[in-house]
Design a protein around this ligand. Structure first.
Ligand SMILES: Nc1ncnc2c1ncn2[C@@H]1O[C@H](COP(=O)(O)OP(=O)(O)OP(=O)(O)O)[C@@H](O)[C@H]1O
Ligand SMILES: [Mg+2]
Length: 246
């Protein structure tokens, strides 16, 4: 397969590096996404998946490398400007604002990404639509402490959906959930993708990743060791070794 030129790609990351002191958490990662793709990222604990998401979305500053979205270099922009451009993410550990209602928690990313330019009514309309999509409309006025684990994950997704992202990066939205709850989150991510959003799913639950992904990327010790057809990637000896070696 001939790789698309960088200008055709929605996301083109090259040579991404991140160090924590002397420890290299990402050593020159290349990553590309085309519009509307569903990409899975797997890798052992500590392999750099969340660090990759943090650097990609601007939560952390990378040390070297380039991040281009729709042909534009976004690597120097703060997180809220990247979100404003349509690059959105969920956090591995949901930390909602405890004193705000479920709906109000959705206002925060909307305000951060510039949606307030359209007035506050638009914000509440968007929040309501996002809550309906994830099935939390009846919890709009509840406090986060009243939500179950799966509902907290849905709130995390609703916060990103409300911003109408071009690209959604989901960082372990399924961890610790039951089999049927995993299926609920999987169905939501597929629904979001079917509406045109590119979805990058970071996940340890292989059953879910394999059902979701059109392309599978594997991180080991801060390096991308595989990127391609999910079945073919899972059959690679080095991928098997990375998991058996855990
Ligand atoms: N802020 C930080 N300061 C120092 N080291 C960090 C920091 N964040 C991550 N690390 C280290 O970088 C490495 C990669 O961490 P990261 O959280 O990206 O892994 P991960 O692949 O997301 O793991 P998991 O599957 O457990 O979520 C780990 O060794 C981790 O301890
Ligand atoms: Mg992680």
């Amino acid at each position: 397969m001939t790789p698309a030129s960088n200008d055709d790609l929605q996301l083109a990351v090259s040579g991404l590096q991140k160090r924590f002191g002397g420890f290299v958490a990402l050593s020159g990662v290349d990553f590309q996404a085309k519009r509307g793709e569903r990409i899975g990222i797997i890798g052992p604990n500590g392999s750099g998946k969340s660090t990759f998401v943090n650097c990609l979305t601007g939560a952390m500053r990378h040390d070297a490398g380039e991040i281009r979205m729709n042909g534009q270099d976004i690597g120097g922009l703060p997180a809220h400007r990247r979100a404003w451009k349509g690059l959105s993410r969920t956090f591995q550990l949901p930390r909602p604002f405890g004193s705000l209602s479920v709906a109000e928690n959705i206002y925060i990313p909307l305000l951060n990404c510039g949606a307030m330019d359209n007035g506050s009514r638009d914000i509440s309309v968007r929040a309501t639509a996002a809550l309906e999509l994830v099935g939390l409309a009846d919890k709009a006025d509840a406090l986060p402490k009243e939500l179950t684990q799966v509902e907290l994950r849905k709130l995390e997704l609703a916060k990103t959906i409300a911003t109408d992202p071009q690209i959604l990066v989901s960082d372990e939205a399924m961890a610790g959930l039951s089999h049927s709850e995993v299926d609920e989150i999987l169905a939501l991510l597929l629904e979001i993708n079917s509406r045109g959003t590119t979805v990058v799913m970071i996940e340890h639950i292989i059953r879910a990743v394999m059902r979701f992904s059109q392309r599978l990327v594997v991180f080991v010790a801060g390096e991308k060791i595989a990127d391609g057809d999910p079945q073919a990637v899972m059959a690679m000896p080095e991928v098997e070794r990375a998991y058996l070696g855990q």
